[in-house]
Design a binder for this molecule. Structure first.
Ligand code: ZN
Length: 321
């Protein structure tokens, strides 16, 4: 027979067990709530991080000049001959274009510097409103001229003097000089417009029978500004390119008396590597050098450069076509 004391004992035991279970469940619920809270907070942080990155890249893509070379991932400079040394590799990963150059190397007794000019900017789209000029009369053949930078992209500078303007002034003088000599001329830009690098190459490639392509730029260095000056050409290993580059650099140096810094083959310059005809990118001088900058800004010196390039094109087209 069960006594009331026994019943009471079992009841109390069940009650204690229930309390224990209740406490366990409560602990579990609290733990789950804390876990959800932590995971939720982590998710919110992650989303904020992504949003932040998106905003940063949005502003980056909208910026000009100095940014657009740096934002290109995996830009590689391949040195194809001995004119340029591995130090050139370091240069291209530094500041490019508004500083336009980041170092100097001594090469065969000649200073060698470079800029980020014309490095691939695949993220940029071309300006579809590009003004182009084509002379329909073709006597000696068609020459393409590319005035580097333009619009929001100023290139390098020295005080108020902007590379994009000097490039255009020389390019327009070259256009007139070539037309006077009987060539047809195609220009990737003939005013202060921004044109993407890929677009420039596409525009030039879309023309029939371009005999030669010349891209005009100005150089700069960050240090040793007073001792570094002169003219250099950059080109691509394709038929006729080396010869054209050599002729252009030599003729322009002959006529201007500027220091001849030679020419080099580079694989990552869009305007020379993506075009299909003999092409050269001419660095007409260093804006970072005050003396050379003053010359480059003068009408007479610009005319000499244009004549030198035209002389080179004359010699090149006579021997190659
Ligand atoms: Zn440039």
């Amino acid at each position: 027979m069960y006594s009331g004391r026994d019943d009471d004992y079992y009841d109390r035991r069940d009650e204690a067990e229930l309390r224990k279970q209740f406490r366990r469940r409560l602990r579990l619920k609290r733990f789950l709530a804390a876990l959800i809270l932590v995971l939720g907070a982590a998710l919110v942080c992650f989303l904020l991080f992504l949003l932040g990155k998106g905003i940063v890249s949005f502003f980056k893509s909208g910026s000009s000049g100095s940014e657009y070379v740096e934002e290109v991932p995996g830009v590689q400079l391949e040195v194809v001959d001995n004119v340029f040394t591995p130090e050139d590799l370091l240069r291209l990963f530094g500041k490019a274009d508004t500083a336009d150059s980041t170092g100097t190397v001594d090469n065969n007794g000649a200073d060698s510097t470079g800029t980020g000019d014309a490095v691939d900017n695949t993220g940029q789209t071309g300006n579809t409103d590009t003004e182009v000029t084509t002379d329909t009369e073709r006597h000696l053949g068609l020459i393409a001229i590319d005035a580097g930078h333009g619009g929001m992209d100023s290139g390098t500078y020295n005080g108020e003097i902007l590379e994009k303007n000097i490039n255009l002034q020389i390019a327009l003088k070259l256009r007139d000089e070539l037309k006077n000599r009987g060539y047809s001329v195609y220009m990737t830009r003939d005013d202060d417009t921004y044109v993407g690098l890929q677009k420039r190459a596409e525009l030039v490639n879309s023309q029939d029978n371009v005999l030669a392509f010349v891209s005009i730029h100005q150089n700069a260095v960050d240090s040793d500004k007073s001792s570094i000056y002169g003219i250099e050409g950059w080109t691509y290993k394709r038929e006729g390119c080396g010869e054209l580059a050599e002729l252009v650099v030599n003729h322009v140096c002959d006529i201007t008396g500027a220091k001849n810094r030679g020419y080099a083959f580079k694989t990552n310059l869009v305007v020379t590597s993506k075009t299909t005809m003999p092409a050269v990118l001419l660095e007409c001088g260093f804006l970072s050098n005050d003396d050379e900058c003053a010359k480059l800004a003068s009408e007479d010196y610009q005319k000499l450069i244009a004549r030198g390039i035209a002389d080179a094109i004359d010699e090149f087209t006579k021997t190659h076509y």
